[in-house]
Ligand binder design. Structure first.
Ligand SMILES: Cc1cc2nc3c(=O)[nH]c(=O)nc-3n(C[C@H](O)[C@H](O)[C@H](O)COP(=O)(O)O)c2cc1C
Length: 405
């Protein structure tokens, strides 16, 4: 998260979702940002300035006229100095005032003086959001360069709704903010297609062959690529992890479904990262109804699943990264894991292979960390230490960006 040492202005207007802004202020502060909170008068009715002051360790600004610390021109200072202005929640009223160019309080005066990035998280009743006046205001502000995150569907203060209005969660807003603050890199605007998780092959309607892949490595790659400005498409097998922010997610169950999804999606990909652990075998004759338990042994005949990488027609110039999972230390069982990874590079025409070991403590399946070796077509492999999967993802994307250049 590129927040360390950055100056974020968090504008809070008067809606129920103000309570989520407290978490957002805290998470930004914990991530190393200097956070200046600016409240509208209505926001001050929902959450007292003291709460934000305690969470950010900085004075809160709430009025053009009652100046904190002698900062008579705080609205101009903050407009100029802030690396990013986040509006969360942004009420219908705030959007209307901003679209009209009004400057009748500290927050709207700041927005009028702002020339840099603004990230806006609208939050309101679904009918207020759908109203033509709000739609027109959103269009105006988008045309002026504001970036929007949400609103989402889901429960509103007044009850359940299937229409957008609910403010995005703080983590989602943080991810969108990180993307805006990220330094421009090679992945900006590129389409990155990532696979994640296991696949499941049915023996019968209620029993499956699968593996313990959690999807965490692929999700970390998807999140990191989004933060670097990429358009991210994620093809994911069965996993309970919440969908990562910003990725267009396609859910599949079997290896054949994953192959079919990728055959279409790969046409758009500038980068393909195969972090999923698809099943290599499936029952040759899955039963249509549940197999009854019987006293004797059960022998299953398995057949190979489709070779996804081997069958994909990647567009010219599409950079491809594969994962190689070993189970016998970095040097592999009775041989050289790096040599096998190199073979995979050639056999599957890959640009990078990420070698990792499922049996190594803290690496491979299920855990939040991984220890990998990056193997390229030429040059020595790079052994990375044990890192969080997000940090591993960042290192892999550094390699990808280097290869793209
Ligand atoms: C309990 C309550 C909840 C409200 N929630 C919202 C909301 O979620 N979104 C919104 O746009 N307005 C909401 N409003 C209305 C705004 O508070 C009102 O339009 C106010 O003028 C907004 O001022 P501001 O944009 O300067 O903060 C709510 C009002 C009340 C009393």
């Amino acid at each position: 998260m590129p927040f360390a040492g950055r100056h974020v202005v968090l504008g809070v207007s008067g809606g129920i979702a103000c309570y989520k802004s407290c978490t957002l202020a805290r998470r930004l502060t914990e991530s190393g940002a200097q956070v200046d909170v600016v409240l509208t008068a209505a926001a001050g009715e929902f959450v007292r300035p003291l709460t934000f002051e305690a969470l950010t360790g900085r004075p809160v600004l709430a009025s053009l006229w009652e100046r904190g610390g002698g900062r008579a021109l705080a609205h101009i200072e903050l407009a100029k100095q802030g690396d990013l202005v986040i509006l969360a929640p942004a009420t219908a009223h705030l959007l209307a005032r901003a679209a009209q160019g009004m400057a009748d309080d500290l927050l709207t005066a700041l927005l009028l003086a702002r020339t840099g990035a603004v990230l806006c998280a609208p939050a309101m009743n679904d009918a207020m959001f759908a109203h033509p006046a709000t739609r027109a205001n959103l269009k105006t502000l988008a045309e002026r360069g504001w970036t929007f995150v949400g609103p989402e569907t889901g429960a509103l203060a007044e009850g359940p709704s299937e229409l957008p209005g609910r403010m995005s969660e703080p983590e989602t807003i943080l991810a969108a903010a990180a993307r805006l603050l990220a330094p421009p890199g090679r992945l900006k605007g590129k389409t990155v297609l990532v696979t994640a998780g296991p696949t499941r092959e049915h023996l019968d309607p209620v029993r499956v062959i699968t593996n313990p892949s959690s999807g965490r490595m692929g999700y970390a790659l998807a999140e990191a690529a989004f933060a670097r400005g990429a358009e991210v498409i994620l093809v994911v097998g069965p996993t309970d992890l919440p969908v990562p922010t910003g990725a267009v997610t396609h859910r599949v169950e079997t290896t054949a479904e994953m192959q079919r999804a990728l055959q279409t999606l790969v046409k758009r990909a500038d980068v393909l990262i195969m972090a999923a652990a698809p099943a290599d075998y499936r029952p040759a004759a899955p039963a249509a109804t549940k197999r009854a338990r019987s006293a004797g042994d059960l022998t299953l005949k398995l057949e190979p699943t489709p070779d996804i990488l081997g069958s994909l027609k990647r567009p010219k110039g599409c950079l491809a990264v594969g994962f190689a999972l070993e189970t016998g230390g970095r040097d592999g069982e009775g041989g050289d894991g790096v040599a096998r990874a190199r073979q995979k590079l050639q056999d599957k025409a890959l640009d990078l292979v990420i070698l990792n070991d499922a049996l190594e403590p803290g690496a491979g399946f299920e855990v939040p960390t991984n220890r990998v070796t990056i193997v390229r077509n030429s040059g020595a492999p790079t052994e990375l230490p044990l890192l969080s999967k997000r940090d591993v993802a960042e290192r892999i994307l550094d390699e990808v960006e280097q290869a793209l250049s």
